[in-house]
Ligand binder design. Sequence first.
Ligand SMILES: [Zn+2]
Length: 392
Amino acid sequence: MLIYDTLSRKVRKFVPIRKGEVRIYTCGPSVYSAPHLGNFRTYVLEDVVKRALIFNGYRVIHVMNITDIEDKMVRAARGSMKRLREIARENERRFFEASRRLKLLPADHYPRATENIEAMVALIKRLVKKGLAYRDERGNIFFDVSRFPRYGMISHYRFRGELGGRIYKDDYFQSEAGDFILWKAWQKSDGDICWETELGRGRPGWHIECSAMSIRYLGIPFDIHMGGIDNVFSHHENEIAQTAGATGKIPARYWMHVRHLMISGKKMSKSLGRSYTLEELVKLGYGCDEIRAHLLSRHYRRRLNFTLRGLRGTAREVARCRALVGRLEKVGGGSDSEAADRLIDQTLSEFTRHINNDIDTPAAMDSLCSMVGELDRLLARGGSAPETRRGR
Ligand SMILES: [Zn+2]
């Protein structure tokens, strides 16, 4: 199986660390709001990677975190821990419901950030002890990027003397880069959203959450780390600095990133007011299988511009597949069975080849669609069906 690795910027042959087993960490939803379709493009692609690995005979151990504490959560909860938990649980519920409807295989663990504060505190203490992190006059703790010379290794951004400042917020752009926050000392606007820890009263920064949880649930290094393309910087750059800084090891062997889902030529984004949720599309009459197929209709390293017209096009293809399955169930074996069997074998091997070639879902779907066309023709000729192959 070949996959594109953002860290080495190469398509690489996948070789697991432990024979027959693959450990995967995927950055899960921030549950300050219901996840939109753009988030699900990433999760659906991650699901295909996971299914491909299972199909190839690997045992997969998958961890997806739930980010239930970060700046946007605190803002949404307006300083109330009770409200924060209510918002988090409600959006978690919506996330799991949409995941089920989109047929995502469940992860083995869904650690919540708020239930792993101790592991984060321990990791931050380790970084301070190693001289990689420092406390400011207000009690905030920052990672000192000047002490980590490989900073920039995954975003492939050359920082030249522009790393002077300190970044308090969780999410930011490369142009703002500097020492990033690990621990946020309590301030009035946090209300009762805080933890009393050995580091003092406060809350963790977003990036330390994934370092702490991946170390705890998978061990370091693990095989594949996945996320959306906008995680590359700052989230994954900072995660590498933290984990490698503390343990001496880069957290994962392969890093895969899914590009944006676009809407009207711009990134689908809740905060920018351009998004659809799965629930909204279902209300408009679209089926979840059709939506899933549409999210896979373009290669994951290319942007997908989402339009309802495009979705309707995919829905027609899915309907053709369904209709064929219906017809095949009605007819028995016949004179063309051998031809049909050959066609199916050929399609299965083509399909597998495309998926194993850096998860080329559009090419795989094309070969499936042309098989459907061929089988339709065979059936129309009065021949028949690959009775023995049903259900493969
Ligand atoms: Zn993460």
